[in-house]
Design a protein around this ligand. Structure first.
Ligand code: DER
Length: 225
């Protein structure tokens, strides 16, 4: 589809920001899969010297399979550049992430990176964040949290796998997806959510990104935050 093509050209363009000797945070999702493929080709064909830090076990496996040495975030001094995807990126450079159930490790890696780049296809661009917000919660007490989200008008739903069982994140937590109208103040909402006992992390990413790589019909747009 054209969206897949936009992901491919944006992913391959974003991979060009990676240079020899970098420690690279590698994101999760279908767009980043094209970044991983491009980096794997450069490791194989140009002997690119990089170390990867995964934002999910799936990314660790996919990158390692392509010959990219993978280290945990605590096994490197610092991450030079993290490239990740997003579900929505607003005009103020805030984002909603978590569609791929990796938001906690993604946020940990992002906040330990000198520079962050998000790679998206143009359908992810929105004036303001809206409609959908993943929240990672500790299983114990999550039913109580769910009821509180309902009472607060957040229209929560459990993230379920194809068998209808609650998805477990790589940290063995549950995900509750909130469904809200337009999010006018992502920072305030993020602070409200993080203050709730049992909430581990949420998918609002503000004050993080440095550059956005956007795949359009026939070109790639790069915007500095
Ligand atoms: O979970 C995330 O934030 C991922 O980056 C993901 O949602 C983006 O996924 P996509 O590149 O498959 O659209």
């Amino acid at each position: 589809s054209t969206q897949d093509l936009q992901k491919i050209i944006a992913g391959r363009r974003a991979a060009e920001f990676v240079q020899d000797d970098m420690v690279v945070g590698i994101g999760s999702g279908s767009t980043i899969a094209h970044v991983i493929t491009a980096l794997g080709e450069r490791v194989a064909n140009e002997n690119l010297k990089i170390v990867g830090v995964p934002t999910s076990e799936k990314t660790r496996r996919n990158a390692a399979k392509l010959g990219i040495p993978m280290y945990n975030v605590d096994d490197v001094d610092k991450i030079d550049l993290t490239i990740d995807g997003a579900d929505q990126v607003a005009d103020d450079f805030s984002a909603i992430k978590g569609g791929g159930a990796a938001l906690l490790w993604e946020k940990i890696v992002a906040f330990n990176s000198r520079e962050n780049i998000w790679v998206i296809d143009q359908t992810k661009r929105v004036p303001k964040l809206e409609q959908y917000l993943p929240v990672e919660v500790i299983p114990y007490g999550s039913e109580q949290l769910f009821k509180r989200f309902t009472a607060d008008g957040f229209h929560p739903t459990w993230r379920l796998d194809q068998n209808g069982n609650p998805v477990r994140t790589d940290s063995a937590n549950f995900l509750i997806d909130l469904h809200l109208p337009v999010i006018e103040d992502p920072r305030a909402l993020g602070e409200e959510l993080i203050g709730m006992v049992g909430v581990v992390e949420h998918g609002l990413f503000t004050d993080v990104v440095n550059q956005i790589v956007i795949g359009h019909e026939n070109n790639v747009e790069i915007i500095k935050a």
